[in-house]
Design a protein around this ligand. Structure first.
Ligand SMILES: Nc1ncnc2c1ncn2[C@@H]1O[C@H](COP(=O)(O)OP(=O)(O)OP(=O)(O)O)[C@@H](O)[C@H]1O
Length: 205
């Protein structure tokens, strides 16, 4: 289980609390939606869950333990809305994927619906936004996460691409037993992809 256990967080002592006593659980293989208003702290929680920031109070555990700094990828991978901001524009897609530490064989064996081999020698700006988001998801999956946090991952693509990306992601998470936290302001989307949806309550609400 991925567990935010009484998590408190603020961006410095002079700033207000963004997370105040958050308790959120995602079981292995479960798909949970997190829905709430803009600026309420959902992305902050995603960053804390994936280890980009530590809680000021409380703790995040992954399958019962607090993840320790080590050379292996973090067991919680975070995927964001804008894949182009998460990649070096000078790198080819192949290099982006190889930078995960994945072997040539692992990259070659990727689901072709996720990464078309024709994209491998192109740069991020030489494939579409929806294609680049699939590469971004492939990169997260190559890290063999136990949990994924998907933060507004299809907010910038059309409805058909959105459906295709979610279909693929859910298939991969189901096959690998990955727990998924889907963050969005789009309640109908979360109702369609998640087995339960948590309504986020901002600190000041
Ligand atoms: N690096 C930062 N330094 C200071 N405050 C920050 C920082 N990042 C976010 N915040 C503040 O934390 C609060 C929560 O932001 P966050 O991005 O987590 O909300 P959100 O619910 O994900 O919003 P949205 O749906 O618009 O992305 C906001 O008030 C934001 O201004």
């Amino acid at each position: 289980m991925l567990h935010a256990d009484d998590v408190w967080f603020r961006y410095g002592a002079a700033h207000p609390w963004v997370l105040a006593g958050v308790d959120l659980r995602v079981e292995a293989g479960e798909v949970v939606g997190l829905c709430g208003p803009s600026g309420g702290g959902k992305s902050t929680l995603g960053r804390v869950l994936a280890g980009f920031a530590g809680p000021v109070r409380g703790r995040v555990t992954v399958d019962g333990a607090v993840p320790r700094a080590r050379r292996a990828p973090h067991p919680v991978q975070l995927v964001l809305q804008h894949p182009e901001r998460a990649m070096d524009p000078r790198w080819t897609v192949r290099r982006v994927l190889a930078a995960t530490g994945a072997s040539h064989d692992d990259v070659a064996a990727l689901d072709r619906r996720l990464v078309d081999p024709a994209w491998l020698d192109r740069h991020p700006h030489e494939i579409s936004g929806g294609e680049l988001q699939r590469v971004n998801l492939a990169r997260a999956l190559l890290a063999r996460p136990r949990y994924l946090v998907a933060d507004e991952i299809t907010a910038s693509v059309d409805a058909v691409t959105q459906a295709a990306i979610w279909d693929l992601l859910l298939q991969h998470c189901h096959a690998a037993g990955i727990g998924l936290l889907a963050i969005s302001h789009d309640r109908p989307l979360l109702d369609a992809v998640a087995s339960r949806v948590v309504d986020w309550e901002p600190v000041d609400a």
